[in-house]
Design a protein around this ligand. Sequence first.
Ligand code: PA5
Length: 425
Amino acid sequence: MIKVNFTNALSEAVFEKYLGQVKDIHHMIHDKTGLGSDFLGWVEWPNTYDQAELAAMKQTAKQLANEIDVLLVIGIGGSYLGARAAIEMINGLYSQQKVKVIYLGNTMSSTYMAQVLQYLQNKKFGICVVSKSGTTTEPAIAFRLCKELLEKKEGFLKAAKLIVAITDKHKGALKTLADEAGYQTFVIPDDIGGRYSVLTPVGVFAMLVSGIDVDNVFKGAQQAYQDTLIDDLTNYAYKYAVGRYILNYEKKYKAEMLVTYELQMQMITEWWKQLFGESEGKDSKGLLPLSCIFSTDLHSLGQFIQEGTKNILFETVIEIKKPQLDLALTKAEQDIDGLNYLAGKTLHEVNITAIQGVIAAHIKVGHVPNIILEFETMDDKMFGYLSYWFMKACAMSAYLLKINPFDQPGVEIYKKNMFDLLGKN
Ligand code: PA5
C-alpha cells in the first residue's frame, strides 16, 4: 500500500552496502535485543492486541456516541497526535459524523481553554482522557477543568459515565482518580511508548467514537506487519529508513521536509514529526523533521525550498493515488476565467499535475532531492498500514544511528523542571 521511489534522490547502487546492517537490525527489532527493547510491544501488536478489550471499547464507544454531540480528547504528544491524525485523515475536516471531536490538554493557553469551556456550556459532551504516566501537567489541568464543568452540568454520577480514562493498568494519578470515581478505563500496555501507541486504546477509542471502522485499521496494520517482515531492502519501510540515513550521513542534509497535497493529512505530518523527532533527536544526531502542505505552502516556503540556502533539506512527498472524493471540471459557456482548457479533467488530476510540476522544479532547478511515497488511498485500512509502516521505518532508522528509539530524556527534563517551578511535591 506504500511504494517508495528514490529516482529523484539517490542511485540504487548506494543502498547495497547497508544490506548487512539492515538484516542485523531487523533481527534486533524482532528478537528484542536492541536498545530500549522493553518498549517493542508495538511490533507484534497488530496480531496480539486484546480482542476482548476491543469488543468492550466498541460497546462503550457506541453508548457514548449515542449520548453526546462532542467528544473531548484530552492528551498530549503520543497520547493525542495519533488519534487526531487518524480521525482527520479518515473522516476529513468537515465530516458528517454525529460526534465532533475537540482536542485539549496539548496546550496551556488560558484563552483556548476558556473558549472551549464556553463553547461546551450548551453541548452534550463526553471526555476521553489519555495519559500513560497519569501525571503530565497539561492534560491533567485540562481534565480537571472539563470534569468540573461536566459534573456541574450532569451531576457527579452521570458525569462519571461520560468519562473514559486511558492510562496505565496499575499506577499513576489518573488511574487512582478513575478507580475512585468509577470511570471506564482502558489500558496502555507497559511495553508500548506514547508515540508508538496509536493502535492501542490511546488512538482506537477516539477513532471508534468518531465512527471509524477499527477492524479495517487493524487489517491495514496486519498487512504492513506482513510486508515489513522481509529483512532486506525490498522492504520499502527499511529502504526509506536507509535512504534518509544516506541523505543525512553521507550527503550531509540536516532536515527532511514531509510534504502532503491533502489538507486532511496535515495531522499525519504532525504525528510523523513527533515519531521521528522524539525517537531520533538525541546524542546530537538525527534529521530535523519538518512538514509542508502544498499548494498552501508553495506560496510561502516553496520559494525557500526552490531558491533559498542549499543542502539543508530534502523533501519526502506523499502522493495519494486514489482520492476519497473527486470533482469533474466542466466547460463553462463563457470562458471569462480562462479555465475551459481544464474541462474534462478532475481536480485530483490537476493536483497530481501540480505534484509533478513542483517536483520537477525543486529537483531540476532547485537541486533539492525528493523521495516519493506513493500511498494508495486515504482510508481506514491505509491509516493502519501507514502508522505501522512508519513506526517500523523509524525503529530501523534510529538503530542505524545507534540511538534508543523508545525513550525521550529531553522531554522528561522539561516535565521535571515544570514540576519544580510550580512547586509540585
Ligand atoms: O511519545 C511519548 O512518549 C510522549 O510524547 C508522551 O506521549 C507524552 O509526553 C504524554 O505523556 P503521558 O501519556 O504520560 O501523559
